[in-house]
Design a protein around this ligand. Structure first.
Ligand code: ATP
Length: 268
């Protein structure tokens, strides 16, 4: 079976003081190839833990990840990761960063050059390929990170707050780029964000998680990502359903935060 299945996933972290944290409890969902899902939820609800387990960086206490019919047992090129800070190699220029994966896989330049140059063009960095990482703005560095991830030809791209460190205008441009890459490459994408607007704009599926223990609270199927592929994102945000969903989800997360605050005040 192709696609990604998250099956009955639970994760408990045992702490040195003998207590433990139930970061995830019985999380299950499946993603068909090419689906784009955003994940939202209050701090500590297990978003990053979930992504790290899908990436294969962490082994769950219970449950499993099944990717294209086989069980995930560790990191693999089929699942690429993009972090909040690009995690680029400072000592390599842009093209060297983007071609890192294929070069490490032992491919010769003539086998990767065309793909890498095409990716640099798609992310708008064709004229910057010889530049050093430190010469780039934050937005440009995230473009390099996206291109470097795509150069590995993953089936799934996992993004942990990839646009969180960018200024508002750059962030908006990058949201458009994420949608463009999604449509052009047909990759399956899971994107964690703390921004309700971003989750609405970029998620054809939007997962709201709840904390303590981390679990799925509500899932939406939304039209806005598809709309945003061909339209100005600002126009999409003016859609009456967009505003209505934003208020609904903000209220939902607000209530969760209130509950957490209430619980910790009672505990004091
Ligand atoms: N390595 C670890 N050891 C112990 N506890 C951990 C570890 N990693 C995560 N946790 C705990 O698991 C819970 C979920 O953490 P996680 O980072 O996945 O949440 P998150 O939703 O991504 O939070 P944020 O939005 O703040 O990034 C939290 O209570 C966190 O403190």
């Amino acid at each position: 079976m192709s696609g990604l299945a998250i099956e009955n996933l639970s994760m408990r972290f045992d702490l040195p003081n003998g207590s433990s944290v139930q970061a995830l409890k019985d999380v299950s969902l499946t993603l068909a190839p090419g689906e784009l899902m955003s994940v939202l939820g209050p701090s500590g609800c297990g978003k990053t833990t979930l992504l790290n387990i899908v990436a294969g960086f962490l082994a769950p206490t219970e449950g499993q990840i099944v990717m294209n019919g086989h069980r995930v047992r560790g990191p693999d090129r089929e699942r690429g990761m993009v972090f909040q800070q690009g995690a680029l190699f400072e000592w390599m220029n842009v093209r060297e960063n983007v071609s890192f994966g294929p070069r490490m896989a032992g491919k010769r330049e003539r086998d990767w050059a065309q793909t890498v140059d095409h990716l640099l063009e798609v992310v708008g960095l064709k004229d910057f390929k010889e530049k050093a990482v430190y010469e780039l703005s934050g937005g440009m560095q995230q473009r390099v990170a996206l291109a470097r991830c795509l150069a590995n030809e993953p089936d799934v791209i996992l993004m942990d707050e990839p646009l969180g460190a960018l200024d508002a205008l750059t962030r908006e441009k990058m949201q458009g780029l994420v949608l463009k890459l999604w449509k052009e490459t047909g990759k399956t994408i899971i994107l964690i964000t703390h921004s309700v607007e971003e989750a609405l704009l970029l998620g054809e599926r939007l997962l709201v998680m709840a904390p303590r223990p981390g679990r799925i609270h509500t899932e939406y199927r939304l039209p806005f990502a598809d709309m945003g592929v061909n339209a100005d994102l600002r126009e999409v945000k003016k859609h009456p359903d967009f505003g209505q969903k934003r208020e609904e989800i903000l209220g939902m997360i607000w209530d969760m935060e209130e509950e957490i605050m209430g619980r910790s005040e009672t505990a004091e």
